[in-house]
Ligand binder design. Structure first.
Ligand code: 2RA
Length: 336
């Protein structure tokens, strides 16, 4: 399969190449794509060097699949051009996520919404992905009424500049390039993306709206506070879930232990719980600190951690592509 990776030199694009290789996705021809300033650079895939090309050159090559992680404006402008050329696009930006004509997919939750007609598919926000993977099996069993989520998000969610700012500050370099208005080392910043008129940030509104779309249930109430913290390995979330029905904690644990994409790490007697250091470079959604919220009935507290560059972005996008291949929804003549 001819595969383009648009944004191939960024943090997520680089991770997409890594995951395509790790999972032995059936790439017969790779087309790394980036902005004009990166054209001509080399990327490595399966031990071979590939020269980065422009979007225009990539479209001419009519790839079967294009994995995008190049920002919303680039995707709005260029994803339709690929789609018109017959390419199926999986886009990691927020550009298409709330478009009612586009599917927003986490394979463990709602891959069955995909059809051969879907030529631009939206990859959800990283903090949303890890949460819905964990809550979906519980929603099926106990029906979720309301979610209160607070996140603790890695600087890798912002990009290379943020990672550099953190490590520069660690070395005492405070006049280097900055991704954030404030210091991030020894600090937390309750501000991810931009503030909207209602006092929430776009990141918080993404968690609210995307969760309802992916779960296919606008009756699920969600409120979110998203916070940037000085870690690398992944995003962490404290999630409080009120169900319509009561639950048995042992049954909740058993459901999660069987849930696709979930790894339960929950043994506080032996200090076992999910942490970004353990989630780093893994694809599972780690769930722990399972306990009843004793302040109100039918309510569960849990702690969810996942590598935001992998399951939160690159791996989820590749898993969508794997599903399309498995169901013959891409790259092959459609059987009548
Ligand atoms: C972040 N979820 O963590 C956003 C976008 N990657 O910054």
């Amino acid at each position: 399969m001819k595969v383009a990776v648009v944004g191939a030199t960024g943090l997520v694009g680089t991770k997409m190449l890594q995951v395509l290789e790790e999972r032995n996705f059936p790439v017969t021809e790779l087309i790394p794509v980036a902005s004009e300033k990166s054209v001509g650079k080399q990327v490595t895939f399966k031990g071979k060097q590939y020269k980065v090309v422009s979007v225009e050159d990539a479209i001419k090559q009519k790839p079967d699949l294009a994995l995008f992680s190049a920002g919303g404006s680039t995707s709005l402008a260029q994803a339709p051009l690929f789609a018109e050329a017959g390419t199926t696009v999986v886009d990691n930006s927020s550009a298409w996520r709330m478009d009612p004509t586009k599917k927003l997919v986490v394979p463990e939750v709602n891959a069955d919404v995909l059809t051969a007609e879907d030529k631009i598919i939206a990859n959800p926000n990283c903090s949303t992905i890890q949460m819905v993977v964990a809550i979906k099996p519980l929603h099926d069993k106990y029906k979720i009424k309301r979610i209160v989520v607070s996140t603790y998000q890695s600087v890798t969610g912002t990009g290379v500049k943020a990672v550099d700012q953190l490590f520069n500050e660690r070395k005492g370099i405070t006049d280097g390039p900055r991704a954030y208005t404030y210091p991030i080392d020894l600090n937390v910043i309750p501000h991810i993306d931009v503030f909207t008129d209602n006092g929430y940030t776009k990141e918080e509104m993404k968690m609210i709206k995307e969760t309802q779309k992916i779960m296919g249930d606008n009756s699920i109430k969600v409120t979110a506070t998203t916070v940037r913290i000085p870690v690398i390995g992944g995003h962490s979330e404290s999630v409080n879930i009120e169900f319509e029905k009561d639950f048995d904690l042992a049954e909740v644990r058993s459901i999660l232990e069987k849930a696709p994409g979930v790894l339960v790490v929950d043994d506080v007697a032996n200090l076992k719980y999910p942490m970004p250091l353990d989630a780093h470079e893994k694809d599972e959604v780690f769930v722990g600190r399972l306990r009843r919220d004793e302040s109100q009935p039918n309510t569960l507290n849990c702690w969810i951690v996942s590598d935001n560059l992998r399951k939160g972005a690159a791996t989820n996008a590749v898993q969508i592509a794997e599903y399309l291949v498995a169901k013959h929804l891409i790259g092959e003549p459609q059987t009548v």
